[in-house]
Design a protein around this ligand. Structure first.
Ligand SMILES: C[S@@+](CC[C@H](N)C(=O)[O-])C[C@H]1O[C@@H](n2cnc3c(N)ncnc32)[C@H](O)[C@@H]1O
Length: 467
């Protein structure tokens, strides 16, 4: 059996209670569950016929242990029986997944290659939505979250975006909006060729469809697909269960990573996403997110007398790792920091590339820069990866970073404090998302700052001992 993890790229809808417990656990009476007559309030009455419909359509059993319900995360899947770690809890055949292939060839042939995959699949949703009850996918399409239920940052007002203006998600939101706009302009002529199919679609309809795809489609080498039923599963940061695709059996499946009692919400992982990514692509955040990170941009000031020399060296020597190269966000002066878990200097600490940048920044003479180049030639060829010979300079470079982190953290703390006095027009759920994001970023910046200060104290002690 070949099990291959697909790239998860899910998103979704409404998160009405952001600080809900990680496991929304609703205990039901076992006797009622044994008869499969779960009449508890969490069951989604609009969806009782959904699984039988999908099973009829696929001609196979999709799940015998899950049922559709509602939780504070919107539509959700719950255990209808005892589930044990390792149980396969659902199998959705490829034949009932929605991909670009569901678009009629006449329309597909007109869509240019420059249109992104998310936008292409969004067009499939728009076509099926327009067909209404006539669509063979209506039971699925009609249960997708409505526009007002989505909280992805692309839907935030200017006032709401102001709450997150210090975070990189602010720029990411602007980039995503312009990507969607570009895609809309590229596909609008296609819509106009088929007025009977698309009618009068607006940019808002298109944005909504793109957000649905971005938050609930799985990506693979073959492209994106919507996986009905599996996409009612909500995310939990610590879960290890993911949606896998089994090409031999031609289906997607999920294996439980823990035991569940009947009535418990079953959760999976969409990926190791920070709150910034979750709010951008999925419209929710986690109250405490282990995968949070902060993006830092450092520049060589124009006023630096060695500005041109430093820029040249940075371009020449700061060779990115393959991971950095593959990241769409990569640039030579952008760094991602994660929580530094050991203040005493154990573990990864602050990224080496950022510390190297700070050392270069702290050089004040051409000779100091030449020394770094000579050292790089004698070692592994990378510039400023070792502590500077001059301990005071090494301390100065690291204190500069530490004070930058403190400043960035203070900015965020000031925003958090100002959130209380915000206009009532701001969705409470979005305010809570901003709090989760900023709180996580403050935690990371403080941990990095503490690490740097400890590093400097150790250096100072060392220099006293050496003296
Ligand atoms: C793949 S869909 C899951 C099904 C979705 N709840 C629905 O109503 O259709 C992903 C969406 O579910 C919601 N969601 C998933 N996990 C969540 C979580 N831990 N907290 C809040 N909302 C969550 C978000 O709205 C997200 O965009």
């Amino acid at each position: 059996m070949l099990l291959r993890a697909r790239l998860t790229n899910l998103c979704c809808s409404l998160r009405s209670v952001l600080n809900a417990p990680r496991h929304s656990c609703i205990h039901l009476k076992l006797s009622s569950l044994a008869n499969s007559q779960v009449s508890s309030s969490f069951l989604d009455n609009e969806c009782t016929d959904f699984l039988p419909w999908l099973e009829r359509k696929s001609g196979s059993r999709i799940s015998s242990t899950l049922c559709i319900g509602k939780s504070s995360y919107g539509r959700s899947l719950f255990a209808s029986k005892i589930i044990q770690t390792g149980d396969c809890i659902l199998q959705v055949p490829y034949s009932v997944q929605i991909t670009m292939d569901n678009l009629c060839p006449e329309i597909r042939s007109l869509i240019s290659d420059e249109v992104g995959n998310i936008a292409k699949l969004a067009i499939v949703i728009l076509v099926e939505q327009k067909s209404g009850e006539v669509s063979e996918w209506d039971p699925y399409i009609s249960r997708l979250p409505l526009a007002g239920e989505l909280h992805n940052t692309i839907f935030w007002s200017e006032n709401e975006l102001e709450m997150i203006c210090h975070s990189s998600v602010y720029q990411e939101t602007a980039k995503l909006k312009s990507q969607i706009k570009r895609d809309f302009l590229a596909v609008s002529p296609v819509f106009e060729c088929f007025p009977q199919i698309f009618g009068d679609f607006t940019y808002t309809d298109f944005m909504h469809a793109c957000a649905l795809v971005g938050s609930r489609a799985w990506g693979s080498m073959e492209g994106l697909s919507l996986i009905p039923f599996a996409d009612f599963l909500n995310h939990e940061g610590v879960s290890e269960a993911i949606v896998l695709s089994d090409d031999d059996k031609q289906c997607s499946e999920v294996v439980a990573d823990r035991d569940y009692a009947p009535g418990e919400q079953v959760l999976i992982s969409y990926g190791k996403f920070s709150n910034a990514t979750l709010m951008l692509d999925f419209g929710f955040t986690l109250p405490y997110n282990n995968h949070d990170e902060v993006e830092i941009q450092l520049d060589i000031p124009r006023s630096d007398l060695l500005h041109d020399m430093k820029i040249e060296l940075l371009q020449q020597y700061l060779v990115p790792t393959t991971k950095e190269m593959n990241s769409s966000k990569y640039s030579v002066n952008t760094f991602t920091i994660k929580e530094v878990r050991s203040a005493r200097g154990k573990g990864k600490g602050v990224p080496q590339s950022l510390r190297a940048f700070a050392r270069i920044l702290s050089c004040t003479t051409p000779q100091e820069l030449d020394d770094l180049v000579m050292e790089a030639a004698k070692t592994d060829g990378r510039l400023a990866r070792r502590p500077l010979n001059n301990i005071n300079k090494e301390i100065q470079a690291h204190l500069m970073l530490s004070s930058l982190f403190t400043q960035l953290s203070d900015q965020r703390i000031a925003t958090i404090k100002s959130l209380d006095s915000l206009s009532p027009s701001i969705f409470p759920v979005r305010k809570q998302m901003a709090l989760d994001l900023l709180g996580g970023e403050v935690r990371i910046l403080k941990s990095a700052s503490t690490w740097l200060e400890n590093y400097c104290s150790t250096l100072r002690l060392q220099s006293i001992e050496d003296y």
